[in-house]
Design a protein around this ligand. Structure first.
Ligand SMILES: NC(=O)C1=CN([C@@H]2O[C@H](COP(=O)(O)OP(=O)(O)OC[C@H]3O[C@@H](n4cnc5c(N)ncnc54)[C@H](OP(=O)(O)O)[C@@H]3O)[C@@H](O)[C@H]2O)C=CC1
Ligand SMILES: O=C1O[C@H](COP(=O)(O)O)[C@@H](O)[C@H](O)[C@H]1O
Length: 502
């Protein structure tokens, strides 16, 4: 395993990674490909080892074969290097375990000792790729069997709970074993390249730093559109809905990164303290404006890219009575000095025409307008931050239309930074690669602190309670459309429209 040793090897942390749920969807689709890429980039220490845990009876060889098969499916063929696959899979071992019974956990310590043939001194990273209902029990069993020490970390997936109360129960159970400084709560949006770029964009560029407030910004739009439906996850999704599945975590994290004040430095708590202030300042929904400011939708059968797709109630396992939302659009705001009076329009949905995640910052018009009155509506700047696909940042500016007969007509055009063409050699890593690397390094700034989760739940819970009081079913929208017509009306009633230069 020494062939890929590089001079900076010593800066990479050795860890023992113990992966609960090692044969689950997340592990196969996201975690092994991410770990493979880290290995390929030389970012896994030679001595880092991985133990997969699941309840299926399997030998180590069979497990390595399952992981190799997954890599063949989920890693691009052009990025699949046989030598790296061999090196990576050689790090893997497997242990059959029922996570709910204490017996068997001792085998984890035995594995650590046998894998190292000496006293274990590297940190143990426990990754819980299992339903959150198991988090507390697993942590307790790990503690009881003596696996943990003051270096051990735990990584947990979303969703943490179903509401504020259940999230507290889960966090209490984790917190009884691991201090907050060693809990890594994943929100994979925080690992996306352009999401991190928001911090660089806002705080490294004086041009934006000085304009980033209610004096200069008229409104903010965040769209997270998904083309996929619920992908066979009816059981989970129908209980959650799009608000809990996407807004409570990913969209609110984006709102935080857009709206937060500059942190004093890049330390995890400096950033997280500022994010919490935003969550605390989110405008509550009022009963009398709820119907106007929030739109819930559910997709019916339709067409996406020419192919017919079923409606939500026709998905496998569907309950025909379900009133769960697969789309939500809302107008909200952040009640503080920086953002007073600036609407934040959010929308996210499944089975929309394309996969698209973008943030658009709309700047105000100049205080005095001197050009063609017919073009007045054109005269604003927009900053478009594209998270996926085609990661990049564009600033829409106005210039003079060219041509002798055009006078001082204005023309809208982009100043465009397309990451793919500006940095052609740089592969944009998947969010999980970045997040796993940060866990290994013991850095928490891309992970969500307990109080962030709890404030986000508070806000969502109040909205869900208001929906329940209102008792209205979701509005239907055909798969392949941009959601219920009411979501367009929600923004046009303010004299604005969703940014449409897709
Ligand atoms: N999949 C995804 O894209 C995403 C997942 N997540 C979160 O990640 C976590 C894992 O999700 P996902 O991989 O989709 O779930 P899966 O159900 O596909 O995987 C969970 C795995 O845990 C195993 N497991 C469950 N209970 C036990 C037990 N008592 N003993 C031993 N093994 C057990 C299951 O084994 P068996 O197959 O034998 O039941 C399964 O292999 C969840 O918290 C989810 O919310 C978050 C974001 C995205
Ligand atoms: O967490 C989740 O995210 C995915 C969307 O993630 P993306 O990186 O593909 O944008 C979503 O489909 C899923 O329902 C949700 O649980």
């Amino acid at each position: 395993m020494n062939s890929h040793k590089r001079p900076e090897d010593d800066s990479r942390a050795v860890i023992d990674l113990v992966l609960f749920g090692a044969l689950g969807d997340l592990s196969l689709r996201k975690l092994y490909p991410a770990l493979y890429h880290l290995d390929r980039e030389g970012l896994l220490h030679d001595d880092t080892r991985i133990l997969g845990l699941a309840r299926q009876e399997l030998k180590g060889e069979g497990f390595r074969k399952r992981v190799t098969d997954a890599l063949q499916i989920y890693v691009k063929a052009s990025e699949l290097d046989r030598a790296v696959v061999k090196r990576f899979t050689a790090r893997l071992d497997y242990l059959q375990l029922d996570f709910e019974t204490a017996e068997g956990y001792r085998a984890i310590t035995e594995w650590r000792m046998s894998a190292r043939h000496e006293t274990v001194i590297c940190p143990l990273v426990v990754y819980l790729a299992v339903p959150a209902s198991l988090y507390g029990g697993i942590c307790r069993h790990l503690q009881d069997c003596g696996c943990l020490d003051e270096l051990s970390r735990v990584v947990v997936e979303k969703p943490i709970g179903h509401d504020y109360e259940t999230s507290c129960e889960i966090n209490d159970a984790i917190g009884a074993v691991f201090p907050e400084s060693r809990v890594y709560r994943i929100d994979h949006y925080l690992g996306k390249e352009t999401v991190q770029n928001l911090i660089a964009l806002r705080f490294a560029n004086p041009l934006f730093g000085t304009q980033w407030n209610q004096n200069h910004v008229s409104h903010v739009e965040i769209t997270v559109a998904e083309q996929v439906g619920i992908e066979g996850r009816w059981g989970y999704f129908d209980r959650a809905g799009q608000l809990r599945d996407m807004v409570q975590n990913h969209l609110l994290q984006l709102v935080c990164l857009i709206a937060m004040d500059p942190p004093a430095n890049l330390d995890a708590d400096a950033i997280r303290d500022e994010k919490v202030k935003v969550l605390k300042a989110l405008e509550p929904f009022r009963e009398n404006t709820l119907g106007r400011d929030v739109v819930r939708g559910q997709y019916i059968a339709g067409n996406i890219e020419g192919d017919g797709v079923p409606g939500y109630l026709e998905e496998e396992g569907a309950n025909l009575e379900s009133e769960t939302e697969t789309f939500v659009a809302m107008k909200t705001g952040v009640s503080n000095w920086r953002w007073a009076g600036v609407p934040f329009y959010l929308r996210t949905g499944k089975r929309l025409p394309e996969k698209l995640s973008q943030i658009v910052i709309h700047f105000r018009q100049q205080p005095h307008y001197i050009f063609d009155p017919d073009q007045r509506g054109l005269a604003t700047n927009k900053l478009i931050i594209r998270l996926q696909p085609d990661e990049g940042i564009a600033l829409e500016v106005l210039t003079k239309d060219s041509g002798l007969d055009r006078g001082m007509r204005l023309r809208r055009g982009p100043l465009h930074l397309d990451f793919g063409s500006a940095f052609p050699k740089a592969r944009i890593p998947d969010a999980y690669e970045r997040l796993l690397l940060e866990v290994m390094k013991g850095r928490q700034y891309l992970f969500v602190r307990r109080d962030e989760i709890e404030h986000a739940w508070h806000w969502c819970d109040s909205l869900i309670a208001a929906w329940q009081d209102l008792g209205e079913p979701p509005r239907r929208y055909p798969a392949g459309s941009w959601g219920p017509v009411a979501s367009i009306a929600m923004i046009t009633q303010d004299g604005r429209s969703w940014y449409e230069d897709y």
